[in-house]
Design a protein around this ligand. Structure first.
Ligand SMILES: NC(=O)c1ccc[n+]([C@@H]2O[C@H](COP(=O)([O-])OP(=O)(O)OC[C@H]3O[C@@H](n4cnc5c(N)ncnc54)[C@H](OP(=O)(O)O)[C@@H]3O)[C@@H](O)[C@H]2O)c1
Length: 360
């Protein structure tokens, strides 16, 4: 239930904005309640809204008149510039960019974890980094049941994490690569022309390739921007400055949904039954864990799903079992749609919390 008034989606032509519109349409919100906003490049465009379309207007200082809820799905600079206008107009704002995530005055919220931070007086909430949301949603039941001291995580991130341009790059490069293979035949040994991203979005080719995440790498620490967000935002959302988070973030040629190989070091030893029971009770999760069929979470299974998929649950084989066959280190495979729960869905759930306050 969103607050009364119009719902503005800023960045309505982008990957996250389009997903927000799709969810609103699925939830039965009439198109007349939606104001789609983007840059002047998109002025006059129409974007899909369920079975119909809505026109896109150019974002400006006066775009928020009559708006009760504003979902920002543009870049950080645009958010810094226009969120104040939305707040002045009286809207409740959720921002998907990194602009406010480190601001101690702005809650950073995953509703299933720290939703109560959205109190009636809160007007602006930051939506966390998508990899962090997916990771923490999967681990939250284990944290509640056993505590978590450390997380080792390797990500397999979809190209749409870099927006619509990432999707376009993968489709274009895949077509080009298949054309090369077709032309050259198998004599070339199924190798493709070397380095260099064709589309300019990524510095490496994204089709038929895997590469270290495209965010900037800190020259001193070697940690890249995505990894830094996972470390800092985990500490903030769990309010646990001591937790050790060791991420390695990698981009893979999936269109959407981020996958993560996770090893969590629990605060207390747990049995396999205890871990599975805890995960089964986790909000927003679905367990996909069939050892016999070798069927586990994948980005294709997670795409367009609200739930984050969790599976391949097993104790760290390198850790000797403790009393009663219990373990402190548990390995999981997680896959979640980063455009949905990692962005648009989480933002709309936050807006829903504010809507409940407004109704009270
Ligand atoms: N993609 C993800 O998985 C993901 C997940 C979590 C958070 N996020 C964050 O969500 C935000 C949107 O990401 P995205 O992936 O959807 O990017 P995107 O596909 O590149 O879309 C960007 C959107 O921002 C709009 N925009 C850019 N400059 C603007 C301006 N000056 N005024 C108004 N609108 C402007 C664009 O409009 P035009 O089409 O008119 O240029 C477009 O609608 C980013 O902050 C990103 O970090 C993304």
């Amino acid at each position: 239930m969103l607050r009364e008034g119009l719902i503005a989606v800023v960045g309505a032509t982008g990957a996250v904005g389009r997903e927000a519109l799709a969810i609103l349409a699925e939830r039965g919100v009439p198109a007349s309640r939606v104001r789609a906003l983007a840059s002047e490049r998109s002025h006059g465009l129409r974007v899909r809204y369920g079975e119909t379309q809505v026109g896109v207007a150019t974002l400006g200082e006066r775009s928020f008149e009559g708006v009760g809820t504003a979902i920002f799905a543009a870049d950080a600079e645009t958010a810094r510039r226009f969120v104040p206008a939305a707040l002045r107009a009286g809207a409740f704002v959720v921002d998907n960019s990194s602009a406010f995530r480190a601001d101690p005055g702005v809650p950073l919220v995953v509703p299933e974890i720290n939703g109560p931070l959205v109190t009636p007086d809160v007007r602006l909430v930051a939506n966390p980094n998508c990899s962090t949301t997916i990771l923490l949603l999967a681990l939250e039941p284990l944290r509640r049941a056993f505590g978590i001291e450390a997380i080792d995580v390797a990500t397999y991130q979809a190209v749409s994490g870099a927006g619509l341009a990432g999707i376009d790059a993968l489709i274009r490069e895949t077509r080009d690569a298949l054309a090369v293979l077709e032309r050259e035949g198998s004599e070339i040994g199924w190798t493709l022309p070397g380095a260099g991203g064709a589309g300019g979005v990524f510095a490496e080719p994204c089709a038929f390739n895997v590469f270290s995440h495209d965010s900037a790498v800190d020259g001193a620490t070697g940690v890249n921007g995505e990894e830094r967000k996972m470390i800092d935002e985990t500490r903030r959302i769990w309010n646990d400055p001591a937790i050790r988070v060791t991420p390695t973030c990698v981009r893979i040629p999936a269109l959407r949904a981020h996958t993560q190989a996770v090893t969590a070091t629990l605060g207390a030893p747990a049995s396999e039954g205890g871990v599975l029971d805890a995960l089964a009770g986790g909000r927003g999760l679905e367990i996909v864990d069939d050892r016999g069929a070798n069927a586990f979470p994948t980005p294709r299974k997670a795409s367009r799903r609200d739930e984050v998929l969790v599976g391949r649950v097993r104790p760290d084989p390198g850790e000797p079992p403790g009393p009663g066959g219990t373990h402190r280190r548990w390995c999981l495979l997680v896959s979640g749609d980063q455009l949905r729960k990692g962005a648009a869905l989480n933002a709309l759930q936050i807006a829903g919390l504010a809507g409940v306050h407004a109704m009270a």
